[in-house]
Design a protein around this ligand. Structure first.
Ligand code: ARG
Length: 273
């Protein structure tokens, strides 16, 4: 309660400062200075960038017991930011609204195992790819499914609005009622365990991790060479060329100095490609 009161008082003070000096940049500043009744607004370059991520996607992004957002994507963006001289903070952002939040300016960038697609490129800009993925099918261990086509007449779970949703839509028909769309991939996999769907199609890294950590679920994976290779990118608001250039520079830097390979190995235990 008192924290809110203090924040509000500070917000008021900050607002009147803005008015007093009529500094246009004030509106962009967040009132995060703890004691700063007279602290001047930070220059735009020092603003903490807000990174949106749907933190229900282990091992790429998840929340640990302490509520901290952790994972491969998080480590990559932290390292990129450090290289590029950017300050970042991560905010859990449901997948459903994540692209809109970027477009509205509520998030400065997104890292969320986001596959770069031509369709998405029309409404946002992507960094150079930082990770290769592919769709993977999860089924019960005793399932007869051996290839993607085998799930054509089954109930299939996907995370709504993902590339998994897209490929399954192509096979079953976009408006097929056999496609069960979930808010998160773990929810789709829970439904597979409960028997509500007979297959789930999602990114390989997440499916593999889930199955390895839920052995009692009795799942197996089925791969299909027909699934295209997907490339993950960091997204910025369309036209934010300056930020994009710095992110790309950071990515290049962490690849060149071995940081990327270290992060990769720490999460996937293998050599970075
Ligand atoms: N790579 C897939 C896509 O871009 C799934 C990403 C979902 N990510 C997440 N954090 N839930 O559609």
């Amino acid at each position: 309660m008192s924290g809110i009161a203090i924040n509000r008082r500070f917000a008021l003070a900050a607002t009147s400062l803005c008015v007093a000096f009529a500094i246009a940049a004030c509106s962009k500043q967040e009132s995060t200075t703890p004691t700063g009744t007279s602290a001047p607004p930070a220059p735009a370059a020092a603003r903490v960038l807000v990174v949106g991520t749907d933190a229900a996607y282990t091992p790429f992004e998840s929340q640990n017991d302490k509520g901290e957002i952790v994972g491969f994507d998080i480590d990559v963006v932290k390292a990129v930011a450090q290289k590029a001289g950017l300050e970042v903070k991560f905010v859990n952002t449901p997948w459903e609204g994540i692209f809109n939040a970027l477009d509205q300016g509520d998030r400065d960038l997104l890292v969320s195992a986001i596959t770069i697609t031509d369709e998405r490129r029309q409404t946002m800009d992507f960094s150079q790819p930082y990770f290769d993925a592919r769709q993977l099918i999860a089924v019960k261990s005793d399932s007869p499914v051996a290839k993607f086509e085998d799930i054509k007449d089954m109930k299939v779970g996907v995370q709504n609005g993902t590339t998994g949703d897209e490929v399954v839509g192509k096979l079953l028909g976009k408006s097929s009622t056999a496609i069960k769309r979930f808010e998160s991939t773990p929810l789709a996999l829970k439904e597979l365990e409960a028997g509500g769907v007979q297959a789930v199609v999602a990114d390989n890294g997440v499916v593999v991790h889930y199955i390895a950590n839920n052995t009692e679920g009795g799942f197996k994976t089925v791969s299909d060479a027909g699934f295209p290779v997907e490339k993950y990118g960091i997204a910025v608001k369309k036209g934010n060329a300056e930020l994009l250039a710095r992110i790309n520079q950071g990515l290049e830097g962490i690849r060149a100095d071995g940081t990327y390979a270290k992060i990769y190995a720490s999460h996937f235990g293998a050599e970075a490609k």
